[in-house]
Write a protein that binds this ligand. Structure first.
Ligand SMILES: *[C@@H]1O[C@H](CO)[C@@H](O)[C@H](O)[C@H]1NC(C)=O
Ligand SMILES: *[C@@H]1O[C@H](CO)[C@@H](O)[C@H](O)[C@H]1NC(C)=O
Ligand SMILES: *[C@@H]1O[C@H](CO)[C@@H](O)[C@H](O)[C@H]1NC(C)=O
Ligand SMILES: *[C@@H]1O[C@H](CO)[C@@H](O)[C@H](O)[C@H]1NC(C)=O
Ligand SMILES: *[C@@H]1O[C@H](CO)[C@@H](O)[C@H](O)[C@H]1NC(C)=O
Ligand SMILES: *[C@@H]1O[C@H](CO)[C@@H](O)[C@H](O)[C@H]1NC(C)=O
Ligand SMILES: *[C@@H]1O[C@H](CO)[C@@H](O)[C@H](O)[C@H]1NC(C)=O
Ligand SMILES: *[C@@H]1O[C@H](CO)[C@@H](O)[C@H](O)[C@H]1NC(C)=O
Ligand SMILES: *[C@@H]1O[C@H](CO)[C@@H](O)[C@H](O)[C@H]1NC(C)=O
Ligand SMILES: *[C@@H]1O[C@H](CO)[C@@H](O)[C@H](O)[C@H]1NC(C)=O
Ligand SMILES: *[C@@H]1O[C@H](CO)[C@@H](O)[C@H](O)[C@H]1NC(C)=O
Length: 432
């Protein structure tokens, strides 16, 4: 461990005691398991369980997953594979016995069922030998997106089945599936398509008049029952950034990494663009985002705050971009804060937490079934908590690189300056 890392740990050790204990995390995990029922919730749950509990099988491990499951990860990965199994076993019933291109689950959303795709691909990859045709189900889901879902004239796949309508949510639901399919089958076309879908969605949803915040829902004429939502929904900006990072990781892991450098650098820039657009709107009192980032008359939303903070740690880990770490740290400390002065490390309940209910649900949160209104007991918010806990812990274990927010600190001349400032910081902490 370098002197700089020691100093970073010292500095952050003093200012960031906020953490969830294992039993508190287990409670959040249990809430998520009970609450997640919609297709996007199942897909999101599968993804965060991998990141939090089985990182070796997460796309962020930057290695192909093992083709058999090590015995010491069987228990941790089993809920992920159970999601894949129950969904694939039920898809024929769900889709009314059709064969050929079909979603993993019948749904008005075209994008959401695809979010379960990576778990299904992983079930195929690990050769469960349970007689379930995971590869066939994944292929049908892939072909459904390509052949059955309406598209814009320039090729953006709709987030809805009934008409062309683009939602920021899509970026987390479908492109990561295309990219993971491309990674596991060594297919550059699919990796490129994942990138291209994001590029197209950015063209439609990025609002340059709002400093590059993304709109939530554009196109369509309400024939599918959902009107447009041009507002800058904070969770949608988070879905977009988090989806881009998953695609970026798939490309980076693939054999095409060196021939797809510009795509990786675009994705990195587009995640940074969302961070730069949204963090100026962070409410300075609560360190939370409003439900619509630039509409201060909307309610404060801990769910998007957690998701977006997690993407800041992830971008730092993946690409060495540390610009918004101090912002993410402020949000994380606020979300995990307790009113009690004692450490929460041994607690098994949420007594004293500002942003968790006594039964472990993040609060206040947007209602995930009614995105303009506040709600409670949001399954996706619990997923975002696990994501935040996982990425933050990984970042701390990696030496809290760039804790002061400076860009790409190497071991060159910058680190001397860094040590000077960290030492000054530490000294002032000790003296104060
Ligand atoms: C499982 O075992 C391997 C080596 O045997 C070890 O590297 C890894 O950290 C273990 N994983 C867990 C989740 O304990
Ligand atoms: C299976 O699909 C049917 C028909 O759509 C649905 O009613 C049922 O809830 C599904 N079961 C599971 C376990 O998903
Ligand atoms: C699908 O097949 C099952 C079993 O054959 C049958 O019970 C069910 O009614 C069929 N559903 C439709 C929508 O045809
Ligand atoms: C399924 O797994 C097999 C190897 O076990 C692999 O050859 C195939 O490409 C996989 N299919 C998909 C769609 O990932
Ligand atoms: C809405 O769009 C759909 C196709 O996207 C079209 O069939 C329908 O006529 C449109 N309705 C109106 C009222 O414009
Ligand atoms: C790659 O995926 C595309 C899109 O599904 C498919 O058309 C093509 O045949 C695949 N290429 C290979 C080499 O499998
Ligand atoms: C944590 O809560 C305490 C007590 O309510 C408050 O004084 C402190 O400012 C909060 N810290 C953060 C980082 O929100
Ligand atoms: C919560 O946990 C703390 C510390 O473990 C304990 O002192 C307290 O009594 C618990 N509160 C409830 C309501 O169970
Ligand atoms: C989470 O913890 C609370 C209180 O400690 C408990 O009432 C609740 O049942 C737990 N939730 C789950 C899903 O286990
Ligand atoms: C929504 O916010 C209002 C106003 O703060 C509050 O009274 C209400 O309880 C909240 N609803 C939920 C479901 O949290
Ligand atoms: C937070 O607490 C958990 C459970 O004790 C621990 O595994 C994790 O390393 C902690 N994270 C940090 C950054 O200290």
């Amino acid at each position: 461990m370098s002197l700089r890392q020691v100093l970073c740990l010292l500095f952050f050790g003093l200012v960031s005691a906020q953490n969830l204990s294992d039993s508190q995390t287990a409670n959040v995990t249990a809430n998520l398991a009970l609450g997640a029922t919609h297709p996007w919730e199942l897909g999101t749950r599968a993804q965060v369980l991998l990141e939090h509990d089985v990182p070796l099988f997460s796309v962020f491990s930057l290695t192909l997953p093992p083709s058999s499951i090590p015995s010491n990860t069987t228990a941790a990965i089993s809920p992920v594979l159970s999601i894949a199994k129950s969904v694939v076993q039920n898809r024929t019933a769900s889709n009314g016995n059709i064969t050929g291109p079909q979603p993993l689950v019948a749904d008005d959303s075209a994008g959401d069922p695809a979010s379960i795709g990576p778990a299904v691909l992983l079930a195929n990859w690990t050769n469960l030998g349970d007689g379930v045709d995971y590869a066939g189900a994944a292929l049908d889901q892939l072909n459904f997106l390509y052949e059955k879902v309406p598209k814009t004239s320039d090729g953006a796949i709709s987030h809805r089945t009934a008409e062309v309508q683009l939602w920021s949510d899509f970026v987390y639901m479908a492109p990561p599936f295309l990219a993971y399919y491309g990674l596991l089958t060594n297919n550059q076309t699919l990796l490129m398509d994942a990138y291209t879908q994001i590029k197209l969605y950015r063209n439609y949803l990025r609002d340059t008049a709002a400093g590059n915040l993304w709109a939530h829902i554009v196109l369509g004429n309400n024939s599918n029952g959902v009107p447009n939502d041009p507002g800058h929904w904070s969770t949608g900006n988070g879905w977009a950034a988090a989806g881009m990072l998953r695609v970026l990781a798939s490309i980076q892991t693939s054999t095409f990494s060196s021939s797809m450098k510009s795509e990786q650098s675009d994705l990195q820039d587009w995640v940074s663009e969302i961070h730069a657009a949204i963090y100026p709107h962070l409410d300075p009192t609560s360190n939370l985002f409003f439900n619509y980032a630039d509409e201060m008359n909307t309610f404060l939303d801990a769910a998007s705050t957690a998701l977006i903070a997690s993407t800041v740690y992830r971008l730092s880990l993946l690409r060495g971009v540390h610009t918004h770490l101090p912002d993410a740290e402020k949000s994380r400390q606020a979300l995990f804060n307790t009113t009690s002065s004692s450490s929460s490390s041994s607690s098994s309940n949420f007594t004293g937490f500002t942003h968790f209910s006594s039964d472990g649900w993040l609060t206040p949160v947007v209602n995930p079934d009614d995105f303009g209104n506040n709600g409670s007991d949001s399954p996706e918010s619990e997923a975002f908590v696990l994501d935040l806990q996982a990425t933050w812990t990984e970042w701390v274990n990696g030496g809290s690189q760039g804790a002061n927010g400076a860009e790409k600190l190497g071991l060159g001349t910058n680190s001397g300056v860094m040590i000077f400032f960290m030492t000054a910081f530490s000294m002032s902490w000790i003296l104060l």
